[in-house]
Ligand binder design. Sequence first.
Ligand code: BV8
Ligand code: ZN
Length: 240
Amino acid sequence: MSLEQGRQWLHSARRLVALTGAGISAESGIPTFRGAGGLWRSYRAEDLATPQAFARDPLLVWEWYDWRRQLIARANPNPGHFALAALEQRALQFTLVTQNVDGLHDRAGSRAPLKLHGDIWRLRCQSCFAAWDDFQTPLPSLPPRCSCGGLARPGVVWFGEGLPAGVWDAAVEAVSVADLVLVVGTSAVVYPAAQLVPLAARAGARVIEINIEETPASSQAGLCLRGPSGEILPNLLSDA
Ligand code: BV8
Ligand code: ZN
């Protein structure tokens, strides 16, 4: 079982889904959530990415997001992101589902990624619920405010918050009819996103995991390609 097997499965797939996590952005220089190098100062993502943390200290949470936005703005999509955008062009039916909020799939040319956990470039007002894109880095003032004067929050899904209903339903629908699902760079510990893998396997999809290490999703994968996604994905797509 190898890259060649993966190429054959990819070649015969008609309905394709790629599920990505922070690992696909690691080679772009964006720290993952649970890997070494952690995330920021002495905080864990689970401590800051919550409505409670934001209610307690919106300025601290916004300093973390502004720091990440500045880091992402200096980063570029890597060959893994570009490979998935190329696959989208070639495959009969292709759905990209991402847990990432960095927007690197969009910048690589993916047309309509399903963003399960939202988008770090979108802001939403806590008072009037207006939502808008703001790509300024750094943000001119923290915490940012809406034109109505209300406090703005990052347009991401925090722990304890529901996923955007339409996005989640579309992701479930896609994996339910897929014949091949690529699971790329995710530790498969965050739910309900991680549930998409057993869902796909039970619905009869083949699953290929691309990761530098074993994860709880590995047992659901018919093929595990161990290594950096920035190398494996382009190789998987090359017909050579
Ligand atoms: C919800 C946005 C209910 C914000 C994020 C106890 C048990 C089980 C579940 C729970 C529990 N307690 C609470 C829960 C639920 C909780 C959860 O799953 N917690 C986990 C931590 C146990 N989930 C939630 O709260 C979700 N909401 O359940 O709500 C509900 C329902 C209805 C109505 C109301 C409420 C919301 C979860 C979303 C949280 N938001 N992000 C932000 O980004 O700031 S999650 C965050 O983790 C990111 O989105 C990230 O993408 C996601 C998952 O992490 P990964 O992407 O997998 O990244 P990670 O660092 O973990 O792993 C990187 C992987 O890449 C590794 O495997 C590594 O080996 C690999 N890698 C590294 N380099 C490379 C590589 N692979 C390939 N190539 C490389 N070069
Ligand atoms: Zn407002």
